[in-house]
Design a protein around this ligand. Structure first.
Ligand SMILES: *Cc1c(COP(=O)(O)O)cnc(C)c1O
Length: 454
């Protein structure tokens, strides 16, 4: 077989020591966040009551190409990084394709996803600022798990508002968070004003991510020594996730491999943004060219069917306004949607890169995603997260195209995590009771009509 190993590992001292900030190389910068009350662009100081100061500065930093990773964060990264870049020899054989397929596997830690890369950074800056703790929301629970691991490491309190339906249906994730010392509250709760109000208005509600965000923000701003943290969408999160792309690029460079196609799943855009940042940087500087594909669910298609406008980041409308590809902050994917990636908007960095046609996007149906997940699991041995499987689906499609054209393209995709906590979704697929709901143009137009007029 070829001299390229199944797993390309970097050594510990090849872990990046600086995050790459792609905004510094973007000619068209992402649009600024706006104050939801006044419509004025926000400054870093305006965010201090909600976010840690250092993270607020990173959020606004369009200029510094490199930002040093503090040594304590690098040390934590050493426990589970560098993550392997795997050559999918067995999948290539199964597909009988001339393409070379590689995946960057981020599921090798207890949170089971890439989210720990940013959680540890956000917990570090909260600790450094002398805070007592942080608050956040979680839907399916990957972010809450990653954050509780990070806060346990730094001895911070962690309060997680977990969407009520997930709290009840995903007791195992909840117990992992509690094992790491987090307090997990089903949302809407009776412990915040907004929670009590929603419970009064909609008795027996199952909760939503939008509502949990509003509760977590209220909890942060009403307790001394607390700030709110978020696991995706924000530019600071994409910055931290650049470790994925920097390592992937270093591993490829080590073997003289030039990627042709780079694929990532896109929910809020953080793993995709992190994976592609160094490669997009080369494109922006005119050094190289890549075909970059963002993959989203057909049931929550913000890039492919949304509008590029200012919108609310949360249903409760307490967070700053962001210009992004969005389906409208009231958009809810159909209840049968099991594949994750259910945020209504998209990172403003990814949105701008897409609008500038540096990357393209496609959407895939969930039954096709689970079929791809199963094919992958059976030959590559990893049970992939449903979110990650969106990227698998398109990597397989691209490899099959190569079979027709005879091209030996190098296809790289992000395998963001494992699917051990998603077995109810796999069960639905295995029982043949999973279906595909694709929103109509009317539904999307109705929800987009509620975006603020700016
Ligand atoms: C959260 C999550 C995603 C989607 O989030 P992004 O911010 O779009 O990266 C993808 N895969 C896994 C495993 C996740 O936990």
């Amino acid at each position: 077989m070829s001299e390229i190993p199944y797993k390309i590992y970097l050594s510990e001292n090849e872990i990046p020591t600086a995050w790459y900030n792609v905004r510094a190389d973007m000619k068209n910068k992402p649009a600024p966040l706006l104050n939801p009350g006044t419509g004025e662009p926000l400054k870093a100081e305006d965010l201090y009551p909600i976010f840690c100061e250092e993270l607020s500065k990173q959020e606004m930093n369009n200029d510094d190409q490199w930002i040093d990773i503090p040594g304590e964060i690098v040390d934590f990264y050493k426990m589970y990084r560098p993550s392997p870049l795997v050559r999918a020899y067995c999948l290539e054989k199964e597909l009988d394709t001339p393409a070379h397929i590689y995946y960057k596997f981020e599921g090798n830690n207890t949170s089971g996803s890439h989210k720990l890369n940013s959680a540890i950074a956000q917990a570090y800056y909260a600790k450094k600022q002398g805070l007592k703790g942080v608050t956040t929301e979680t839907g399916a629970g990957q972010w809450g798990t990653a954050l509780s691991m990070a806060t346990a490491y730094f001895g911070l309190d962690c309060q997680v508002y977990m969407v009520k339906v997930s709290y009840e249906q995903k007791p195992f994730r909840r117990e992992v968070m509690r094992t790491y010392g987090a307090t997990v509250t089903p949302s809407p709760s009776m412990s915040t004003n907004v929670g009590r109000k929603i419970n009064e208005e909609f008795p027996g509600t199952n909760g939503s991510l939008g509502c949990a965000i509003s509760e977590a923000v209220e909890a942060a701003t009403s307790q001394e020594g607390y700030r709110y943290v978020l696991g995706s969408v924000l530019s600071q999160v994409l910055l931290h996730q650049s470790v994925i792309g920097l390592e992937a690029k270093a591993a490829l460079d080590k073997y003289g491999i030039k990627a042709d196609t780079i694929i990532g799943c896109a929910g809020g855009g953080s793993n995709l943004g992190g994976l592609i940042s160094p490669f997009v940087g080369q494109m922006l500087r005119g050094e190289a060219d890549y075909d970059i594909i963002a993959v989203e669910p057909a049931s929550c298609p913000s890039l492919t069917r949304g509008s590029y406008v200012y919108d609310f980041c949360d249903t409760g409308r307490v967070c700053p306004l962001a210009k992004m590809y969005t389906l409208g902050s009231n958009f809810m994917p159909a209840p049968n949607h099991a594949g994750g990636l259910r945020y209504h908007g998209m990172s403003s960095i990814v949105s701008q890169l897409y609008d500038d046609k540096l990357i393209r996007a496609t959407s895939v149906k969930q039954t096709d995603v689970f079929a791809a997940a199963e094919k992958f699991a059976r030959v590559e041995g990893i049970l992939p997260a449903p979110e990650s499987s969106h990227a698998i689906k398109v990597a397989i499609d691209e490899a099959l195209k190569c079979k027709e054209t005879g091209e030996a393209k190098n296809i790289v995709f992000g395998l963001t995590g494992t699917g051990y906590f998603d077995l109810v979704a796999y069960q639905k697929y295995n029982d043949g009771i999973m279906d595909d709901y694709i929103p109509t143009d009317e539904e999307i137009a109705k929800s987009l009509a509620q975006c603020p007029k700016i």
